[in-house]
Write a protein that binds this ligand. Structure first.
Ligand code: ZN
Length: 271
């Protein structure tokens, strides 16, 4: 039996390497996979592609590129080189998009961070076009505006794409990062077909760790179904990607966790 439109990020089941995750997801009927780049290590890109194909898995995203702002020109250049490599890797394994965690440096002002991000994305567009892989800007919760991403709302993504054009740049909308936004639904509607990725997990209270204390869908306070419905109303017909960073859940039995993900997707995400 397959679970329609459900994909899982390899980071969600962090204890599993790619061969294990691919076998387990596939065995449980999951058809999509979001591949984090470090999971590609140790095999050639061709072998990685083959591995996913052998398990009937569709790679929906390669995670991640971005981290554009830097204090020096040479670091900015290495970031661009790395993003172009990410596009090449995505193309090689058949992933249609690279998710961008845009980056930020606390030493720089927010306007300067945002300027460098826009310039960085602009500088990768030609390579995106050449590889046929899209750049998916993922706005991050503002608690990360100091050092992970100075792009924090869908509105900012829409403004950037207004500027750069939407031929090769889209948006990965992750409920964890956008649920609090009072302009959420109007910006989803404004984004329309720009939304090319949809990520889910939940916000738990209290959140004990900024990065690795995310919840399984249904454990927290995010109205995931309403956001999901609004995203689907834009015409989005891709996978829902389960992306959970959780020290607590990584310490549990991952086979049971996988089953819990499928049940939670059914109960709290599926429309
Ligand atoms: Zn995400």
């Amino acid at each position: 039996m397959s679970v329609p439109l459900l994909a899982i990020h390899t980071m969600t089941t962090k204890p599993w390497d790619l061969p294990t995750a691919a076998a387990k997801y596939s065995g449980a009927g999951v058809r999509g996979i979001g591949v984090w780049r470090q999971w590609l290590d140790g095999r050639s890109l061709t072998e990685n592609k083959q591995l996913l194909e052998n398990h009937g898995l569709t790679p929906c995203s390669l995670v991640r590129g971005g981290f554009f702002p830097s204090l020096t020109k040479s670091e900015r250049q290495s970031a661009l080189d790395d993003n172009r490599r990410a596009l090449d890797e995505a193309a090689a394994i058949g992933a249609p998009q690279v998710v961008l965690v845009c980056g930020a440096k606390p030493e720089l002002s927010l306007p300067e961070n945002r300027k460098q991000i826009t310039e960085g994305i602009a500088a990768c567009i030609d390579h995106a076009a050449a590889t046929g892989v899209q750049l998916a800007i993922e706005p991050l919760h503002p608690m990360y505006a100091d050092c992970r991403s100075a792009i924090n709302t869908l509105g900012q993504c829409n403004d950037i794409i207004d500027q750069l054009g939407d031929a090769h740049v889209g948006i990965a909308a992750d409920v964890y990062h956008i649920w609090w936004d009072p302009h959420l639904y109007q910006e989803i509607a404004r984004a329309g077909k720009r939304i090319i990725g949809f990520h889910v997990c939940d916000w738990i209270t209290p959140t004990n760790d900024f990065l690795n204390d995310r919840g399984l869908m249904g454990e927290g306070c995010i109205d995931i179904k309403s956001i999901h419905r609004a995203v689907r109303d834009t015409g989005f017909n891709g996978f829902t990607e389960v992306e959970i960073f959780s020290t607590r859940l990584w310490a549990t039995d991952q086979d049971q966790f996988l089953q819990n993900i499928i049940t939670a997707h059914q109960n709290y995400v599926a429309l």
